[in-house]
Design a binder for this molecule. Structure first.
Ligand code: ADP
Ligand code: AMP
Length: 220
């Protein structure tokens, strides 16, 4: 399956992607994680991306699309992938369509995670991420680690993302509404969007998502 996950920052895309990717046996491709890996390796791409990320802006399309394309062309993604954080504007969605078309492929579904804005803000404010593995995501109240500041899964150090500050979050939400939300209509026109409420327990949201994706496949 080829799936795009959409939803505001803090909606739980990374959290859900970890479970969905495992259940569906497809790789989880997060452009945010790819940029953060470049930042920690101090690559040129990382340096460029950091200046945009810290301001809450989108990294320019040209480098983002090239990076995403390169990742989607890796051998583990030949039978499908779960995109998280890409595409993030209509130009990126068009570029993805072109790329898939040129390979004779298409998307199966766009899963839209719906979460009220006040909840999203609370989720981001308490988010703590593992330095070793970005899929290990915690929350100070909703999913506290057994030992403060330490990852339950691998013992890595938990940190707060630079762009999870209150001011940057406000900017990221504005960018989401103005630039990313329009992709939902773009994909609605292709009949690909399934929207699920993403409030409640993580496992309940995963079950809702699996059910919604199953319906999409059965309807084909
Ligand atoms: P995104 O990838 O959409 O930015 P994350 O998956 O990183 O969002 O989730 C943001 C924060 O919200 C994390 O701290 C995560 O632990 C927490 N979270 C995710 N899903 C839920 C949920 N269903 N209920 C409560 N907290 C959640
Ligand atoms: P995320 O980890 O998805 O919350 O993304 C963190 C930040 O990385 C965003 O605020 C952007 O600055 C940048 N980023 C991630 N994905 C994209 C994308 N598809 N296009 C542009 N910028 C992106």
């Amino acid at each position: 399956m080829r799936i795009v996950l959409v939803g505001p920052p803090g909606a739980g895309k990374g959290t859900q992607a970890a479970f969905l990717a495992k259940n569906l046996s497809i790789p989880h491709i997060s452009t945010g994680d790819l940029f953060r890996a470049n930042i920690s390796r101090q690559t040129e791409l990382g340096k460029l991306a950091k200046s945009y990320m810290d301001a809450g802006n989108l990294v320019p399309d040209e480098v983002t699309i090239a990076m995403a394309k390169d990742r989607m062309e890796q051998p583990d993604a030949v039978n499908g992938f779960l995109l998280d954080g890409f595409p993030r504007n209509v130009s990126q969605a068009e570029a993805l369509d072109e790329l898939l078309e040129s390979e004779g492929m298409q998307l199966d579904a766009v899963l839209d995670l719906e979460v009220p804005e006040d909840e999203v803000v609370k989720r981001i404010a308490g988010r703590r991420v593992c330095r070793n593995e970005s899929a290990h995501v915690f929350h100070v109240t909703y999913k506290p680690p057994a030992k403060e500041g330490v990852c339950d899964v691998c013992g890595g150090e938990l940190y707060q993302r630079d762009d999870d500050s209150e001011e940057t979050v406000r900017k990221r939400l504005e960018v989401y509404h103005t630039q990313t939300e329009p992709i939902i209509d773009y994909y609605k026109a292709q009949g690909l969007v399934v929207t699920i409420p993403a409030l409640g327990k993580v496992e309940d949201v995963t079950a809702r998502a699996m059910e919604a994706l199953k319906r999409v496949v059965d309807d084909k």
